[in-house]
Design a protein around this ligand. Sequence first.
Ligand code: 6PG
Length: 246
Amino acid sequence: MTSARGEVLVLDDAAQVARAGAERFVVAAARACANHGRCSVALAGGSTPKAMHALLASQPLVDRIEWPCLDVLFGDERCVPPDHADSNYRMAHESLIERVSIDESHVYRIEGEREPAEAAQRYRTKLAEVLGSSADPPRIDLVFLGMGEDGHTASLFPGTPVLAERTRWAAPVYVPRLDSWRVTLTAPILSAAGEVVVMLAGAGKAEALQRALEGEDGAVPIQLVKPPPDRMIWIVDRAAASRLRL
Ligand code: 6PG
């Protein structure tokens, strides 16, 4: 179905969500590599992407991707060292990067071990280098996002000042609920992406998904990610979609 906020694909379960996300990855990467020789992709943290990574790193999909053509970015990072169990980089590395032929020089992690404002500033510089700074914000070809039960995405958490960010492409954010710092890409650069793929599963996400798709503007932070509807797809399972008026 199509909504004002993008296409919505409802599948049976989390495994199918991961599979559909992986298919989307393959198609979008092939298109970007054919069109302009490289594909920048921002990965998400959390549990759902992990299953997608496993599919991408194994047959038959692994052979359908021109891995050396990819530039790997991150939508957000927890402020921990890269070998920490909470590190999104570590998760992506173990589930995907070290298992495929991506050169480390094409992996651009957020340096969660640094002071948050400094890590964000350094990532802004990195984004300009990788994506080219002629457009403001620059375009990431493909952005994967998850969504929390409170409607956060990347590390755009409800009630945090980073939601109002309009000029910086990456910013530090203190999340009181978690009593921890994170660094996140901001709504303007996420909204400028060539394609945004939101993947989520489980009944715990049903209320937030309903608010995201059917609520007033401002109901949940993920609504701030607002590319034109034909550039955004929500891949969700039945349990998460259970409150939608489909
Ligand atoms: C992170 C994320 C975050 C995540 C959601 C959903 O680093 O935690 O990028 O935005 O995608 O919290 O996570 P789950 O898929 O694990 O529910």
